[in-house]
Design a protein around this ligand. Structure first.
Ligand code: DAH
Length: 356
């Protein structure tokens, strides 16, 4: 018995190799290739079947025969890979995988990003106001005392100017030019009016100014569920002849209904801001969820543009009147989407963001 299988075994393996390599040349579809793979390399394929005879190979021949098995396997695997690469390239000589356009795609939803909820709310707000005839304006986040305070009629001794409550970049004792991160988007009111005047606005033929300005504002507040040292506001400014408080209220009501639904109501509460007279805080009564009663939500400040603001910008307050408003975008987002804590908007935990 000794030595009986060695010769035939090596011969058999040569034979398997040459027929496998010959056959694979004619394979020209993925199905045929799979059939070839099963026939030669499969669990009951020719290589495995031959391997069943290995136990009968004489001991001293086992190393040589084993090595031949190994090289046969490698050469078949390599041929399989080569053929597969060829078949899956769309045309002879083309590189890259062939794409079967009839296959339903695989959706990797976890890999697709989305815009942040604050960006989306900002754009929704701008869109609602655009439909009401407002253009979009913006101004710098790095501002100066002149635009953040002085021209907004906020006098030097006003508590809002306390260095403790603002992110000053320069020493505030420098006066009008002291730089700071803006604490409110009301600065854009000044920027817009200044630019208009510079461009010759204010004469008889001038058209109304009607803008909204969304953007970031900064205040050194202690972070908690409703405060953050950076947040977003959207400012509104309308300047025309004969603008009245009733126009403001109508605008805010239209906005509230457009953004929160027909049930929304608006309430103005007398208040004080240096740059508006009279001034009000405004609340909206909103039913956020059908299973909850409507409730009042405080959204921001508003009022009639103070004549002192017009004068500071070189506009005649006898001829021009206007209203302004400003509200917090995070607050609107929290209200609209039922977000209980402002910090969730800045932590950027994807498990939270994916729900919005
Ligand atoms: N700038 C104010 C703030 O940040 C909000 C505000 C109040 C804006 C009244 C206005 C306004 O335009 O008229 O608290």
């Amino acid at each position: 018995m000794v030595g009986r299988y060695t010769g035939p075994m090596l011969e058999l393996l040569d034979q398997i190799q040459s027929s496998a390599l010959g056959e694979i040349e004619g394979v020209d579809s993925p199905e045929q290739l799979e059939r070839w793979r099963i026939a030669y390399l499969g669990g009951s394929g020719r290589v495995k079947t031959a391997w069943a005879g290995f136990k009968d190979v004489p001991k001293e021949q086992k190393a040589a025969v084993g090595a031949r098995f190994k090289s046969l396997n490698e050469s078949l695997e390599a041929a399989l890979e080569r053929r597969r690469a060829m078949l899956f390239s769309s045309s002879p000589g083309a590189t890259g995988p062939m794409i079967d356009v009839t296959e339903p795609g695989v959706v990797h939803s976890e890999g697709i990003g989305r815009r942040h909820i604050i960006s989306r709310v900002r754009d929704e707000l701008v869109e609602v106001f655009a439909r009401m005839g407002f253009d979009v304006a913006d101004g710098p986040e790095l501002e100066d005392d002149e635009h953040n305070f002085i021209k907004l009629n906020i006098p030097p001794d006003h508590p809002a100017r306390d260095p403790i409550d603002n992110f000053y970049i320069d020493d505030p004792r420098r006066g009008a030019s002291a730089r700071m991160l803006r604490s409110q988007t009301s600065t854009v009111q000044i920027r817009v009016l200044e630019q208009a005047v510079k461009a010759g606005w204010g004469g008889d033929g001038s058209v109304p100014i009607k803008v909204v300005a969304p953007g970031r504002v900064y205040r050194p507040d202690t972070v908690d569920a409703t405060h953050s040292f950076m947040f977003h506001q959207i400012e509104g400014l309308y300047v025309d002849r004969g603008v009245a408080m009733s126009d403001l209220k109508t605008t805010l009501l239209s906005f509230a209904r457009a953004y929160f639904g027909a049930e929304a109501q608006v309430r103005l509460r007398p208040s004080f801001f240096p740059f508006t007279e009279p001034s009000a805080e405004f609340d909206m009564r909103i039913r956020l969820r059908s299973d909850q009663p409507a409730r009042w939500m405080e959204l921001g400040g508003c009022g009639m543009v103070d004549p002192a603001v017009f004068e500071a910008c070189g506009i005649d307050p006898e001829r021009w009147t206007g209203y302004a408003f400003g509200f917090g975008i995070e607050r609107l987002a929290m209200g609209k989407y039922g977000i209980p804590d402002i910090r969730m908007l800045f932590e950027n935990d994807v498990r939270f963001l994916r729900q919005l």
